[in-house]
Design a protein around this ligand. Sequence first.
Ligand code: SAH
Ligand code: SF4
Ligand code: F3S
Length: 515
Amino acid sequence: MNEEQRLNSSQVKEINPQNKEGKDYSQYFQSVYVPPNLKEAKKRGKEQVEYQHDFGIEPEFANMGIGRKFYIRTYGCQMNEHDTEVMAGIFMGLGYEPTNTVAEANVVLLNTCAIRENAENKVFGELGHLKLLKRNNPDVLIGVCGCMSQEESVVNKILKTYDQVDMIFGTHNIHRLPNILHEAYLSKEMVIEVWSKEGDVIENLPKVRRGEIKAWVNIMYGCDKFCTYCIVPYTRGKERSRRPQDIIQEVRHLAAQGYKEITLLGQNVNAYGKDLDDSSYRLGNLMDDLRLIDIERIRFTTSHPRDFDDHLISVLAKRGNLVEHVHLPVQSGSTSMLKLMARKYSREQYLELVQKIKYAIPNVALTTDIIVGFPNETEEQFEETMSLYREVGFEMAYTYIYSPRDGTPAAKMEDNVPMEVKKDRLQRLNNLVNQFALEAMERYNGEVVEVLVEGESKKNPDVLAGYTRTSKLVNFVGPKDIIGKRVLIKINQTKTWSLYGELIEVLSGQEVGVI
Ligand code: SAH
Ligand code: SF4
Ligand code: F3S
């Protein structure tokens, strides 16, 4: 905990520390009512991050969850999905059992995303539904966590209109879940604990991972890029890298447990290591070390083009368990637009980087994120995005209409682009995305690809499904005992978002090289 947080934590709202039995619980009310503050979240101090390995469930909380069930609904990115795995780990440590049914739950958490307005609206809609649940079962605890809780406007809105909510806690307060739950059980008021400034890196938080084949591994937290449209640097704090030895140990452990694929996570993984004591150790070095671990596949997300260095490219070119898929958000193909977005690269620099990657990794799959309708985007600027898309030949893209986020610089910009124009641009872009996706898939026709078998197809339990190294969904018929293995599939049918083929061979060891 840094000084700022300690100060924040001392803003204790006076609530009665005596519970119904007259016991004094004041020691637990150390941090009730710490509201968020986006201005605080923007500050980037020089204070050193501490690495803690001493997380534990306090004995007085150990039986809190016995006979109780928890349900977590997750919105947003992989970072949030992974935070949910950590919270599930903490719940299980407290004795709670998981449930997939909201109606059965004693605690319901919404792990929220603030990236766009529609992401937030979904959460408010869900909170509306939960009112009924709370009415029927007043003992159920309802909590809001994740990125939305870091916003003052959201917390104020919940305080005003959603009194069915019992607790709100922030992205930096996840490890405090036992204390927050405890307070929520005792308090009649909404428990709010949102540290606006990031805390230490806590290494030994428990996790209940959702899958047994693929696992997420955080390599860094936060973002210092401050793209002008984006709320993430405010909701996730400053960049903090985990230490290489902690990451390597986690990946080794996952490999030993039988996991086959690891995705390294960070908002801006290419900035990995900049904040470490030995700042010459960067993502390329980490990948080069992880490459030697006996695990089938290693991916990473998300890359910022600005920090994607030559060393990383040369390490990725070694392939092996480093797959040939790079997700490289471009956002716009117009240099002037990129400048307004504060992306810190030009169209030309992006294209140059793409050339380098393609040269070093010949059949690399490139995918991207694009925002259309940024304030005052002209038709010409939009066309530059379309032409860049064709020039790179992306295989897939996540496309979004710009959504103003309170507190970000872009939200203050005047905007002369009508919504119908933005929607039309999105439609045109999506048509291009679909066309290129289909073309990329058609290139696989007749090819033999390596697929990591993940399980039964969602649509048909008689069909198995898995992904290629380039992240293409492949369906095929095969025996269930090959789930979790890598296989070779000959593709004989292609659609825009999936491939279909026949099983040729089940791979045993580390033989690689087939895309
Ligand atoms: N750290 C990642 C981005 C995470 S957010 C990166 O920089 O690549 C995922 C995507 O959401 C972004 O790449 C961007 O395309 C989109 N996005 C972020 N803020 C947005 C906003 N205000 N409106 C619309 N799209 C947004
Ligand atoms: Fe947002 Fe930019 Fe950071 Fe990505 S790099 S999280 S888009 S500020
Ligand atoms: Fe959303 Fe927060 Fe991720 S805003 S995209 S959940 S970092």
